[in-house]
Design a protein around this ligand. Structure first.
Ligand code: 5AD
Ligand code: SF4
Ligand code: FES
Length: 361
């Protein structure tokens, strides 16, 4: 049965549900297939994106997130431009190839101008060599354009849950948390020619297997260039915490994430897929397992050590005590174990995106 599905060119929703439920030998065949697809279409290189979580100040109130606006227990920080640039220099010196600037969501002219200036500085101090991904939430077309023109060429904006009803259960119902607006932003980013990435959380309360299958089809239909998805991890100081009794055990959320990444790799062979930090919070070698079966991007945290504890999206976030140097050494060893190789000094752009652009010339 599973062979028949794995040999198809396109998966239906029912096929995906079957794959998400498979066990034992069938599960092994699924992972074997996605490993093969990965080697065949993108090889065994893993690209690094040095991640700077430069501010945990956020205007939103997502029910699952530890740094939501109404959580008064969070020590808010906003790293200075010079500290951000120091972290970026670390990434440049160590040949990371790319950096990601991530923050809580803020929509203001001041914020737009600040990012624009930072982008230009990063390009300057790296001789235009570092690739830059932004992950700064929903913004106007004008702001996205400004940032693109200042050097950002990839953007991550997770849809979090592609099913509108589920999305509504995870966010307050108001203009600031509109599912439609988020989809609109993803389309804008694509239109502006960003390599656009999205993703979801896996194992959320109220989420069904059908929802997860819809998530994968959503990514396929949107024709994304990149994906970052990981397990939902509960946070005590959030409204969603009271539904913790509805959750699958963490190891099952991890298992489901492996299957989601494996299936997505088969559905979209040439996109970039990240092995996210949340995976490591559940399984110490979680990211390595995910690289074996399909992921090709790692985002080592290069946020200055003293701030790391405060970017607390979920509990037990890993690497918060480590310095950027520790992470680097640790990662190298880890990638070897996964049988992969680091693509030092390369942008490692999404092949899916590059080839599509060539077709359109
Ligand atoms: N568990 C897992 N991931 C989370 N995020 C936010 N809160 C949590 C949580 N409790 C993720 C969201 C967001 C990204 C920056 O972090 O998907 O897009
Ligand atoms: Fe803000 Fe993002 Fe957390 Fe939502 S998930 S509260 S937008 S940091
Ligand atoms: Fe951060 Fe290992 S990856 S310490």
């Amino acid at each position: 049965m599973i062979e028949k599905i794995l040999n198809k060119n396109e998966f239906s929703k029912e096929d995906i549900i079957y794959l998400l439920n498979c066990k034992g030998n069938e599960r092994a065949l699924l992972f074997e297939k996605s490993s093969e697809v990965k080697s065949k279409f993108i090889g065994n290189k893993v690209y690094l994106r040095g991640l700077v979580e430069f501010s945990n100040i956020c205007c939103k109130n997502c029910y699952y997130c530890g740094i939501r606006k109404d959580n008064e227990n969070v020590k808010r920080y906003n790293i200075s431009d010079s500290e951000i640039l120091e972290s970026v220099k670390f990434a440049y010196r160590n040949n990371y190839g790319s950096v990601v600037l991530q923050s809580g969501e803020l929509q203001s002219n001041k914020f737009s101008a600040r990012i624009e200036n930072l982008l230009k500085e990063i390009k300057k101090i790296s001789n235009n060599e570092l690739g830059i991904t932004l992950s700064c939430g929903e913004q106007s077309e004008e702001t996205y354009r400004r940032w693109f023109n200042s050097g950002a060429h990839r953007y991550l904006l997770r849809i979090e849950a592609s099913n509108k009803e589920l999305y509504k259960k995870l966010h307050p119902e108001n203009e600031l948390h509109s599912w439609e607006k988020r989809v609109e932003c993803l389309k804008l980013l694509k239109k502006l020619d960003y390599q656009t990435g999205t993703g979801v959380m896996i194992g959320l309360p109220f989420q069904t297997i059908e929802n997860l299958a819809e998530d994968l089809l959503f990514m396929k239909n949107l024709d994304i260039a990149m994906c970052g998805m990981g397990p939902y991890l509960e946070h005590e100081e959030t409204p969603l915490y009271k539904y913790s009794n509805l959750l699958d055990p963490k190891n099952e959320r991890f298992e489901m994430t492996m299957k989601m990444i494996s299936i997505l790799r088969i559905m979209m062979p040439k996109i970039n897929i990240a092995a996210t930090t949340a995976l490591q919070a559940i399984d110490k070698i979680g990211r390595e397992k995910i690289i074996k079966i399909g992921a090709n991007i790692l985002m080592p945290n290069i946020t200055p050590g003293k701030y790391r504890d405060d970017y607390d999206l979920y509990m037990n976030k890993p690497c918060t005590d480590d310095s950027a140097d520790d992470c680097k050494n640790c990662l190298e060893a880890r990638i070897k174990i996964a049988g992969a190789e680091i693509g030092y000094g390369e942008w490692g752009d999404s092949l899916h995106f590059k080839e599509k652009n060539i077709e359109n010339l």
